[in-house]
Design a protein around this ligand. Sequence first.
Ligand code: ZN
Length: 194
Amino acid sequence: MKEEVAALSKEPKLIIKDTGKFGLGVFAGEEIKKGQVIKVFSGEVITFEECEKRIKSGDEARTDTLQISLELDMDLDDVSRTFNHSCSPNAGLRKTSELFALKSIKAGVEITYDYSATVGPNCPASLWTMQCNCGSKNCRKMIGNILTLPVEVLEKYKKHGALQDYILAELKKITKLPDGTYKTPKYKKILIRP
Ligand SMILES: [Zn+2]
């Protein structure tokens, strides 16, 4: 039993190659079991403001970074930043930055996660939205922060444990109003130094 747990927690072989449509992507180099850790994302931990500064100056793209709290981002390492978004992902993020399989993934299949699930409610549309053309039948076409997810999608990620700790903590402070909008705490405005 102990050996099985060890085997499940081992990171699988990953292959980086051209997707043919969206530039580089990360593919399973071997079969990945449902629930298995695919990769613990790593990178330089920077403040949200520093992150916005780097994006504004063109040094980084939003998709090269991962929000890990209301105040902090991770400027992702080369492999971590290569995973593409999908509106029908086969992987999700949990804890601080642990990518895991939402379903079993066959060797050769591209590994994707839903970027919206990782972008905090304090990141407004004025700072980030992305046009999506992922080709899935559930494609949302324009994606934004966690609160832009359709309720059923958000509930699905919650049920599968595919939300980071900071997102889970923040969602507890947010209520959905009858008109479908959310009541959130007042977030600090992000000031970007020139
Ligand atoms: Zn899409």
